[in-house]
Design a protein around this ligand. Structure first.
Ligand code: ATP
Length: 366
């Protein structure tokens, strides 16, 4: 197996007018599963293609186990790639598709190749499909074949480019678990690209979050969720998204409050918080996750703010309560609390659950 290093990796297109990947440094440990996630166009696929050797970097290097592979051709790198569209050869059978990589990259005898493919097909539960042609298969079966074809080559690095995007939600969940199981079983280093933050949260040992070609944050899913480094990461990771509200720092003697007079928001910070954070007398973006908001159907005058309920969406385990606070404020509440539209409710949260993002840099001031 191999660790993978991206060292100042950069890719420009159209004579430098498009910077698809902007000087990325990333180290993926041997056997680690790193999910690269970000919105459409942020440079995920281009990054992955440079690791595969399918795209030449404008600057920077790719290293496997410390060895520079930047100039090594894709077919000579110990990688296997799985794509969204499966990329199966339509005129070959499943068996022929699965053995193709072995046939091209090794001088293994036919019997041995077929034996290896059969073993893999059995593991993936697709042994009855070996004589079928790809157009007879469902999407899930095709992706199993593509996965089997990749693993059978025993790559050192596994690259996935949105492999589950064409599957329905149930199958996606199933395949997520299957991919992780295979990756751990074969102890392969994996890089997995997705635009779906939920998929990223459930799959990676660590997430690498990209925006505008730049690496924003790398960390374990819970770490990124709890301590996003900036407003972009905070808003991108988590579903439903974090709520944001512009707040101003107001001082009154030793008391420091965050306020937004337009929506009647007033939150007094504790002295510990104030001494622990360097707050300027300016406007910050406050962030709080929906599950950290307490809704109260009884107004006491002590609450951080009051708001009018717009819509209540029951999702079984919880209710999503949409509030009339601009831009969009959503509380995830216990099903026992079920206000009606147009009800006025109290809104509160704990100081420990708030994030404050710097007005210019977007960085979390924690
Ligand atoms: P998506 O999720 O939509 O696939 P992505 O995050 O994978 O997006 P990339 O496909 O890596 O993003 O593209 C990053 C940027 O580079 C985009 O602005 C894209 O238009 C541009 N780009 C990618 N390939 C080329 C190319 N061959 N020529 C010109 N521009 C390109």
């Amino acid at each position: 197996m191999a660790d993978v290093t991206l060292d100042g990796l950069r890719k420009e297109f159209d004579r430098g007018t498009i910077v698809a990947v902007d000087d990325i440094d990333l180290e993926i440990e041997d056997g680690e599963f790193v999910t690269v996630v970000g919105p459409s166009g942020c440079g995920k696929t281009t990054t992955l293609r440079m690791v595969a050797g399918l795209e030449e970097p404008t600057a920077g290097r790719v290293l496997f186990d410390g060895e520079d592979v930047t100039d090594i051709h894709a077919k000579d790198r110990p990688v296997a790639m799985v794509f969204q569209n499966y990329a199966l050869y339509p005129h070959k059978t499943v068996l022929e598709n699965m053995e193709f990589g072995l046939r091209m990259s090794t001088d293994m005898a036919k019997e041995e190749r077929h034996e290896r493919v059969r073993e893999m097909a059995e593991m993936m539960g697709i042994e009855e499909l070996l004589e079928d042609s790809p157009d007879e298969l469902s999407g899930g079966q095709k992706q199993r074949v593509a996965l089997g074809r990749a693993i059978v080559r025993e790559p050192e690095v596994f690259l996935f480019d949105e492999p589950l995007s064409n599957l329905d939600a149930k199958l996606r969940t199933e395949m997520r678990a299957e991919i992780q199981k295979l990756q751990k079983e074969f102890d392969v280093t994996a890089m997995y690209v997705t635009h779906d933050q939920e998929e990223a949260m459930t799959m990676g040992d660590r997430l690498a979050i990209l925006d505008g070609g730049k690496l924003q944050q790398v960390g374990e899913p819970t770490e990124v969720y709890e301590n996003p480094v900036n407003e972009f990461v905070a808003g991108f990771i988590g579903s439903p998204s974090m709520n944001f509200l512009e707040v101003t720092v107001e001082r009154d003697g030793s008391a420091v409050r965050l306020t937004n007079r337009d929506v009647g928001f007033e939150f007094e910070l504790s002295q510990e918080y104030v001494t622990g954070h360097e707050l300027a007398d300016t406007t910050y973006t406050l962030g709080v996750r929906p599950e950290n908001i307490d809704i109260s159907e009884r107004i006491t005058g002590e609450e951080t703010m009051t708001a009018t309920v717009e819509v209540v969406e029951p999702i079984g385990s919880d209710n999503y309560v949409h509030l009339d606070v601009t831009p969009d404020f959503l509380a995830r509440s216990d099903p026992s609390i079920r206000p009606e539209p147009d009800d006025e409710v109290g809104v509160d949260f704990r100081e420990a659950d708030i994030h404050l993002f710097h007005p210019e840099t977007g960085k979390d001031v924690f």
